[in-house]
Design a protein around this ligand. Structure first.
Ligand code: ATP
Ligand code: MG
Length: 187
């Protein structure tokens, strides 16, 4: 079904509000609005929520976590295939502990945690990022990480933006003449 990205981001941010407030981490929403992707709102909230939860967990007090939404230029190899002409990138950037370069490849593995001693304080299981990777792949997308140890990390969730009108939310009385039960699309 068609998912409003703004709802995914709001839902994901809500899951970390209490933890963020407790350590004075500012949650900032930036970039484009009113975009839609095809998939499961529930799964996307969990995936983006895991990234935001990590950003808050692995950051010191009085820092900032930014969730930014951008559209990239179409990949010439995939443009037009499947109605996918552009990629939406949802990035979660923090000013936290960062990840050593040699560990970057491994953080998406199930149960993998960087520096057990350091991570133990935060009490996770090491599954969060493997779930993000799984959800991204099942939506035809991917997840990337960029990080500098001691400076911060940026995790980017890439999802196909579907321009195919058959997966867009039909407007009541619009050319498709049908409704999805989601209510009218914003003007
Ligand atoms: P959980 O299953 O509760 O999410 P977790 O957070 O340890 O446990 P992942 O979310 O999969 O597991 O993350 C794996 C490891 O990657 C973390 O233990 C941490 O060492 C590192 N990591 C993930 N996100 C960040 C981040 N934003 N900044 C620094 N390190 C991170
Ligand atoms: Mg986690």
């Amino acid at each position: 079904s068609v998912v409003r990205l703004d709802r995914v981001i709001d839902g994901a941010l809500d899951r970390s509000r209490v933890d963020a407030q407790a350590k004075f981490v500012e949650l900032v929403r930036a970039g484009e609005t009113d975009l839609r992707v095809a998939g499961s709102e529930q799964q996307l909230v969990i995936a983006l929520g895991n990234l935001i939860e990590n950003a808050v967990s692995y950051s010191p007090h009085h820092t900032r976590v930014v969730v930014d939404v951008r559209r990239t230029a179409p990949d010439p190899d995939t443009a037009g295939v499947d109605g996918v002409s552009q990629i939406i990138e949802i990035s979660v950037s923090d000013q936290g502990v960062g990840i050593p370069e040699k560990e970057l490849e491994r953080v998406f593995e199930r149960f993998y945690r960087v520096d057990q001693a350091r991570s133990r304080e935060t009490g996770g299981t090491g599954l969060g990022l493997s779930i993000v990777k799984h959800v991204a792949a099942s939506h035809g997308g991917a997840v990337e990480v960029w990080s500098v140890e001691g400076e911060g990390s940026t995790f980017t969730l890439q999802l196909p933006l579907r321009n195919d009108p058959t997966v867009d939310i039909p407007r009541p009385g619009g050319p498709n003449g049908a409704t999805t039960g989601e209510g009218p699309a914003p003007a």
